[in-house]
Design a protein around this ligand. Structure first.
Ligand SMILES: [Zn+2]
Length: 234
């Protein structure tokens, strides 16, 4: 809970101060079938620039999205860490579906489906669909990024429905509101913003919420960063 409640603040401070990217080649053992899998991992990444209001990192860090998902080509399991163990029978339906391994967004979406099948809607399944949306944002494919945002929104709704901490965490509301606004769901975003006012009370969160409310009133579906909030809030 603490990690999430500080998400916006911490990421902003880090992103404003340092630059570095170090990659490392590694071999991991697939957590489903036991096959060795060659992976490239980000060993160190501290990049410049403010993130977007849906937690999408600034460009330099965003370029590493391709290293944030790992794939076992033997059993088609994919996950941010391929070593994470899962029982095949629980996720067999997902693994048996045809795989577009050259489609990064589809890999993130597949990982989200694996999490849902094995566990439940969670912050992880929300973020995996958001990452799929960011890949499509970068490819300027609005239709596909909207589709993935809708799937992410559904995950956040189910996650909040089943988890009391999730529905009292300010960051969750802010990421949720931004996803709704970006796909033009203004009336729903407005209703969520009213509830969010009860929980988005720490640090920069109230400023982000005020900023979002203005964007919703203006029916603005644009992309904005935390730096935009700070400029306006002065
Ligand atoms: Zn495998």
């Amino acid at each position: 809970m603490k990690r999430q409640s500080l998400l916006f603040t911490c990421l902003f401070i880090i992103s404003a101060t340092m630059h570095a990217l170090t990659l490392k080649e590694d071999t991991k053992i697939c957590g489903v079938c036991g096959q060795p899998v060659h992976v490239t991992v980000v060993q160190r990444l501290l990049s410049g620039g403010a993130m977007d209001l849906d937690l999408r990192p600034a460009p330099e860090k965003r370029d590493t999205l391709k290293y944030q998902i790992q794939l076992c080509r033997k059993c088609n399991y994919c996950w941010p860490d391929i070593g994470k163990e899962r029982k095949r029978e629980k996720i067999a339906e997902v693994l048996d579906k045809p795989l577009a391994s050259d489609n990064l967004a589809a890999l993130f979406a597949r990982a989200a489906e694996i999490e849902i099948a094995d566990n439940a809607p969670s912050f992880a399944s929300f973020m995996l669909y958001m990452k799929a949306a960011w890949v499509m944002d970068d490819l300027k494919n609005k239709k596909k990024s909207d589709e993935y945002r809708k799937l992410a929104i559904k995950q956040m709704e189910l996650y909040m429905e089943r988890d009391a901490i999730a529905r009292t965490t300010g960051d969750n509301y802010l990421a949720y509101i931004d996803a709704l606004r970006r796909i033009g769901e203004f009336s729903k975003a407005k209703k969520v913003a009213e509830v969010a006012a009860l929980y988005a009370k720490e640090s920069i969160l109230p400023k982000i919420l005020d900023f979002q409310i203005k964007l919703i009133e203006n029916k603005d579906t644009g992309r904005y960063t935390v730096a935009d909030v700070l400029k306006t809030a002065k």
